[in-house]
Design a protein around this ligand. Structure first.
Ligand code: ADP
Length: 220
């Protein structure tokens, strides 16, 4: 289903969100107070406008309240980021994603009602660290303080040719396999207990972060 998105702030973060959404066929209104930034996105976004998002009447005239998703990707100007997030939420936008530049900023954005707060440098640092700790962890996302999702390469031949049921995966590792990646284009989602693990597979698992962290060790 096509949804509409507004992105406020076209720095590296907001800009790459804009680009990706457009490539996925979504409609994007791109907003920045800097004219040069807006010019860069003129031919990329569905619409691009120069506007100061801190001005409530400007947000209203852009029809912000009618968007399904608004991304507040204002960088260093924390005050502007907080004010804009607050106004957008008060206007009734259902999904507001806000970028935080530090922990305090993240806590405030969360308190004033942002639906999702991302802290790109910290989040990427966490992902990279987990990937370095375990050579078989291909990707890693923290869903909350306690829960993570990870893609883990199956490198132990003992697993090959066995079904998830035979491996007793959930009981043994405390994690749920939500998908098996067989190749770049072949992904089995919600695999049944009868699904067999093969050489070169990787498993997408979800569960407690502590269990995710020791999975690779326990599988080898
Ligand atoms: P990044 O780390 O993602 O590159 P930047 O700080 O470079 O972040 O980018 C933030 C963008 O947000 C800048 O292009 C800036 O012009 C824009 N911005 C800052 N304040 C406002 C505002 N009040 N209204 C609209 N855009 C703003």
């Amino acid at each position: 289903m096509k949804q509409n998105f507004a992105i406020i702030g076209l720095g590296r973060f907001g800009g790459s969100i804009c680009q990706t959404l457009i490539e996925s066929g979504q409609e994007v209104l791109a907003i920045d107070s800097n004219e040069d930034r807006v010019n860069e996105y003129m031919n990329i976004a569905t619409h691009a406008v120069v506007a100061n998002a801190q001005d409530e009447s400007t947000l209203r005239s852009l029809g912000i309240r009618n968007f399904d998703h608004v991304v507040v990707a204002i960088g260093e100007d924390i005050q502007a980021s907080i004010l804009v997030t607050l106004m957008v939420k008060e206007m009734g936008v259902p999904n507001v994603l806000a970028k935080a530049v530090n922990e305090y900023h993240a806590r405030v954005l969360d308190k004033i009602g942002a639906d999702l707060v991302v802290h790109p440098e910290r989040d990427m640092g966490i992902r990279v660290a987990h990937k370095m700790i375990s050579r078989n962890i291909l990707d890693y996302i923290e869903l909350s303080n306690e829960v993570s999702i990870a893609e883990v390469r199956v490198s132990n031949p003992k697993f090959y040719g066995k079904t998830l049921g035979q491996l007793n995966f959930r009981q043994r590792f405390g994690l749920t396999v939500v998908a098996i990646r067989r190749s770049k284009s072949d992904v089995i989602t919600s695999p049944a207990a009868e699904e067999m693990v093969r050489e070169n597979d990787s498993l997408l698992v979800v569960g407690e972060t502590a269990d995710v962290d020791i999975l690779d060790e326990k599988m080898n």
